[in-house]
Design a binder for this molecule. Structure first.
Ligand code: NPW
Ligand code: ADP
Ligand code: K
Length: 619
């Protein structure tokens, strides 16, 4: 599934409207309807669970025609009609766990009753097939069956009263359409405008008038803290992709009040206050329990803290053809099995040839570990084997070799020279290069520490190793101090796997700046430096030098434990050894590492107990 920026979304909107001739009002109608369907589904879920959002206690809002309290009443003038998947087991489950759901745009079947297109709302009418009754007796069904649209109906309307917070732009327009569909489903709905409704324009103004003509109670926010006590839920249709900067004035007051209300908040497209591109949350920002994202997944919804503010995310198509993103050359993706296979060309089933042997699956050389951090090397080396490579050799300062005999019986050990105290030195580069000769991939960095002339060590390896290179941990810190742009160009790919602190050093910025726009930074760094970049942390970003970027959502907070990154280095190296290219190995490696982390967390009573070795065992 593609990820888009606000600017790209506007471009796709425009193409749909101008080139395909689909009216903007039709898109808005589909958007509002999709939002209403998701709210109705939510009402049904909690109604069936007996946890309805509470009676209309607090009373007035429900009884007095639903006009929101603490707000100036507003009556609209003029009535206008409405203008015209994967081989790998468990991967679908993983997508669900990631909290993001897509419909037709993601290549998954739309929910029953859902209408992703811009067609009409009429219920289905048709002649039903002949069927059998009890005991097999033939029953002639009625010739004509008229049903309503199940996705827009609920038996739990009684206990619901939703407040729609309406902004000035098209996001507000989406909310107004949703309000009408909710009302049609029998759910009490009230509107609270952030700005005088007269200031709405275009399609949003049409929707304002339609809602008024339908008699939906409405008010304008009159300042202060509105009282949301009487409502069972809040639809946030204040700000969408047209927002700029921190919410101001009435918008800020309504967002703060909605967050403080303790009511479930459903956001239209994005939580108001979120930067749709970066995932930054402004002060204040809606904390939604559900975000109904329209047409394409916005980049900011997958990056923290935005990913946290969005709650569960459902992506609904609204009539903008999914193929437009590809036609327009958009190249940012949510990493799913379908993207791994369809975009990256990875065989996620990891089939082995029946006549394969250890030579078929490549040989990894891991140069990692030192006296005080030998375990980092061991983790990376073991993980490469679990990722499926045929052979792994682990090179360490020679002094350590006797201590590591049979640390993992499957590994081969090699003497990389180094100092008498078991640390690395610059001349060890020569040994590493000799060992790398004829190997399929070289992974360097975990647990090597810093040492004299380490920049010369890295330069020699960077320029001398003919095979793909995975660079992690202290090797990245060394790299950050080098003018590696002037080094001899490498033919084989380089994959850098920094965590945000290492990334900050590499890019010469503060860690906070790295986290502010992870996707944007990864993309520009990979392009400029000609490397594949894996920016680690919850929702790891993988950027390739050709301008493609992938955001991974597998993983678990239990993975926040020393050595988890060393495992990833080994996994990526193991996949490279099996012939995957840089972007394939990085993306698939991150995806599998996250899945293994999830599995490791599930196996323990308390996920806080996960340690890095568990991730390897769960691969
Ligand atoms: N065909 C389409 O286009 C479709 C669009 N769709 C929907 O439209 C949404 C985008 O709509 P949009 O572009 O109208 O922007 P939106 O976010 O609703 O409001 C911007 C307005 O808010 C204001 N404002 C801005 N920043 C502010 C701040 N910090 N604090 C306070 N106010 C602020 C600003 O007003 P100003 O300050 O300029 O007077 C501006 O006018 C999109 O997310 C999706 O939901 C879908 O239905 C699909 C079809
Ligand atoms: N909250 C989290 N959710 C998902 N993955 C996480 C989380 N915390 C850490 N990880 C993953 O665990 C790994 C930690 O790597 P790193 O910080 O380099 O650890 P180390 O250097 O100790 O090996 C990264 O792949 C990171 O993405
Ligand atoms: K919103």
């Amino acid at each position: 599934m593609h990820l888009v920026t606000a600017e790209e979304m506007r471009r796709l909107d425009r193409i749909t409207i101008d080139r395909l001739g689909i009216p903007a009002a039709a898109l808005m109608k589909n958007a509002g309807r999709a939002i209403a369907e998701e709210i109705i589904a939510l009402c049904n879920r909690r109604g069936e669970a007996g946890t309805a959002g509470g009676p209309r206690q607090g009373g007035e809002a429900a009884r007095d025609n639903g006009a929101p309290r603490n707000a100036g009443a507003w009556a609209a003038g003029g009535a206008h009609g409405e203008a015209a998947a994967p081989g790998a087991g468990g991967t679908r489950r993983a997508a669900a766990r990631s909290g993001v759901r897509g419909d037709a745009a993601a290549g998954m079947a739309p929910r029953s009753g859902g209408n992703g297109g811009d067609g009409g709302d009429a219920g289905a009418a048709g002649i039903t097939p002949r069927s059998s009754g009890p005991g097999g007796a033939a029953v002639t069904p009625p010739k004509l069956v008229i049903s309503g649209d199940a996705a827009l109906m609920t038996e739990h309307a009684e206990s619901e009263h939703w407040l729609v917070l309406v902004g000035k732009g098209n996001n507000g327009g989406d909310g107004l359409v949703a309000a009408r569909y909710l009302r049609e489903a029998g759910i009490a709905v009230s509107l609270l405008y952030a700005v005088p409704p007269e200031s709405l324009t275009g399609e949003a103004a049409l929707q304002r008038d339609a809602a008024a003509a339908m008699g939906l109670p409405a008010a304008v926010h009159g300042g202060g803290g509105p009282d949301f006590a009487g409502y069972s839920g809040i639809l946030d249709a204040l700000l969408g992709t047209g927002a700029a900067g921190a919410p101001r004035g009435a918008y800020a007051e309504l967002i703060a009040a909605a967050n403080a209300s303790g009511k479930p908040v459903v956001s239209a497209d994005i939580p108001s206050g979120l930067d749709a591109d970066t995932g930054e949350t402004h002060e204040p920002c809606i904390q939604a329990s559900l975000t109904v994202c329209l047409a394409f997944l916005k980049r900011g919804l997958l990056q923290y803290p935005g990913a946290g503010a969005a709650g569960r995310i459902v992506v609904r198509s609204i009539g903008i053809p999914a193929g437009l993103a590809r036609e327009e050359g958009l190249s940012a993706y949510w990493l799913t099995p379908a993207v791994l296979e369809g975009v990256l060309g990875v065989d996620v089933s990891r089939r082995r040839a029946p006549d394969g042997h250890k030579g078929t699956y490549g040989h990894v050389l891991v140069a990692a570990g030192s006296l005080r951090m030998s375990g980092a090397g061991l983790l990376a080396a073991r993980a490469s084997l679990r990722a499926g490579c045929g052979l792994t050799t682990w090179a360490v300062p020679g002094k350590l070799l006797p201590l590591l005999v049979c640390a993992a019986p499957e590994l081969m050990l090699a003497d990389a020279g180094g100092e008498a105290d078991g640390t690395w030195n610059a001349s060890a580069a020569e040994e590493v290069l000799k060992l790398a000769d004829g190997r399929d991939v070289l992974a360097i960095g975990p647990g090597i520490g810093r040492f004299e002339d380490d920049k010369a060590w890295l330069k020699a390896i960077w320029e001398g190793a003919e095979c793909p290179l995975v660079v992690d941990a202290d090797a990245l810190n060394i790299l950050a101090e080098c003018d590696y742009g002037s080094w001899r160009q490498r033919r084989a790919p380089v994959i850098l796997t920094p965590h945000p602190g290492e990334m900050a050093r590499l890019a010469g910025v503060k860690t906070k700046e790295v986290q502010r726009d992870r996707t944007g930074l990864a993309l520009s760094f990979a392009r400029e430096r000609g490397v594949t970049l894996v920016l680690k942390g919850a929702h790891t970003v993988i950027a390739s030098p050709d301008g493609r970027v992938f955001v991974n959502t597998t993983g678990h907070p239990g993975m926040a434990t020393g050595g988890a990154g060393d495992c990833l280095t080994g996994i990526i190296a193991g996949l490279l050894a099996q012939g995957l290219d840089g972007a394939q190995a990085a993306a698939f490696g991150v995806y599998l590492h996250g899945l293994a982390g999830e599995r490791a967390a599930l196996l323990r009573d308390d996920p806080a107990s996960v340690i890095a070795s568990d991730i390897i065992e769960a691969l």
